[in-house]
Design a binder for this molecule. Structure first.
Ligand code: NDP
Length: 343
């Protein structure tokens, strides 16, 4: 049995951050939330610098009272701690080329995702600390849960202990952003990357496929677009099921359903041996994720991800996904509903 250590507020000593200059590279989804939480925990505003190009994110940081530095090399020079919170695909270019050459030898670099560290896409000196503090939440929830005095699920790890203090710093940063209130789970960039990419490349693609095929079969059987969209997701029933699973238990939540439903779901699930799915998942994990195949493919399209329209490979995939009957039917239903609401 593998059970992880969980760190709480009392395990984290904020004084290890005393007098340190903390630079946030990026003030987006996570950056804005984590910087505000850290300041509200008591890290002086003068010790926090937001490194951001001169644009709306920088304006937002200024409006929120932060010191903003547009020159990344200047921000890097003074940093004792760096929160690396720009999108994963641009981190290697910006960090390796602009930030890393100017960083102090004993700086602590904190990532919120294991991806670039696990695949060794970032350049660190051996004397530097590399830690992961990875909230399992979107930034707006990281902020709103903190403001409500609640914590949020988060993974924490010390990946490279250049100074001998890496874990202490990781825990102090976790506490600073509000993660140890609920309990920060000891993890690693390996574990975080394997789970994250498996969910993204195996589990959710299968869920999308199952909805697509379920929709197609029921449509062929004569069900209407409206009934199908509402039955399958627009009623928010799937969201409620997952919420109840998180609150009460993955299996226990079934008890909220009718007896017909409970019997159908349980007997159906237990009849499926899952062998083909398990083989498919293993193939994705070992032959696409952990061997670096996906990362290599993704790094080849990195520059195209900033393009507009169909020159951007993600937009090409969206265009193809919109061709699914499920998506076409949903568009028709939503437009009919919008027309009705206008009347
Ligand atoms: P965002 O997309 O919200 O980041 C936006 C920030 O990055 C802005 O400050 C933006 O500033 C800056 N940025 C974007 N492109 C560039 C560039 N080319 N050069 C310099 N700065 C750039 O990122 P997230 O907050 O979503 O993700 C940050 C990290 O957090 C990632 O490692 C991600 O995996 C992790 N994470 C994200 C979660 C989420 O819910 N989004 C959840 C948990 C972890 P500007 O455009 O002005 O330069």
């Amino acid at each position: 049995m593998v059970s992880a250590k969980i760190y709480y507020d009392q395990d984290a000593d904020l004084t290890v951050l005393d007098g340190k200059t903390i630079v946030f590279l990026g003030f987006g989804n996570q950056g804005a939330a984590q910087a505000q939480n850290l300041r509200d925990t008591g890290i002086p505003n003068d010790n926090i610098i937001i490194a951001n190009r001169e644009d709306s994110y920088a304006e937002d940081a200024k409006l929120k009272g932060f010191n903003v530095q547009h020159d990344f090399s200047k921000a890097a020079q003074v940093a004792d701690v760096v929160f690396l919170l720009i999108p994963d695909q641009v981190q290697p270019r910006i960090f390796n080329e602009i930030f890393a050459p100017k960083l102090k030898d004993n700086v602590a670099i904190c990532v919120a995702s294991g991806y670039n560290v696990f695949f060794k896409l970032l350049k660190f000196k051996r004397s530097q600390d590399v830690v992961m503090v990875a909230p399992r939440m979107i930034g707006s929830s990281v902020r709103s849960l903190y403001q409500k005095g609640k914590g949020f699920p988060c993974f924490v790890s010390a990946e490279q202990d250049g100074t001998g203090n890496a874990l202490k710093i990781a825990l102090a940063l976790s506490r600073g952003i509000g993660a140890t209130k609920l309990g920060a789970i000891s993890s690693s960039v390996y574990e975080e990357t394997a789970m994250d990419l498996m969910a993204e490349q195996a589990l959710w693609p299968n869920i999308i496929m199952l909805f697509r095929e379920g929709f197609n079969v029921l449509k062929e059987a004569g069900c209407s677009d409206e009934a199908l969209c509402y039955e399958m997701w627009m009623s928010k029933e799937p969201a409620e099921i997952f919420e109840a699973a998180a609150d009460e238990g993955f299996v226990t939540q079934l008890k909220h359903h009718s007896t017909v439903s409970q019997y159908g779901q349980l007997s159906g699930a237990l009849k499926l041996d899952g062998i083909a799915a398990r083989e498919h998942f293993k193939n994705i994990l070992y032959n696409q994720i952990l061997n670096g195949k996906f990362t290599k493919e993704f790094s080849q399209i990195e520059a195209d991800l900033e393009k507009d329209g169909l020159d951007n490979p993600v937009n090409q995939l969206y265009a193809k996904a919109e061709e699914m009957e499920l998506a076409q039917a949903e568009a028709r239903v939503r437009s009919r509903l919008a027309d009705m609401l206008k009347q």
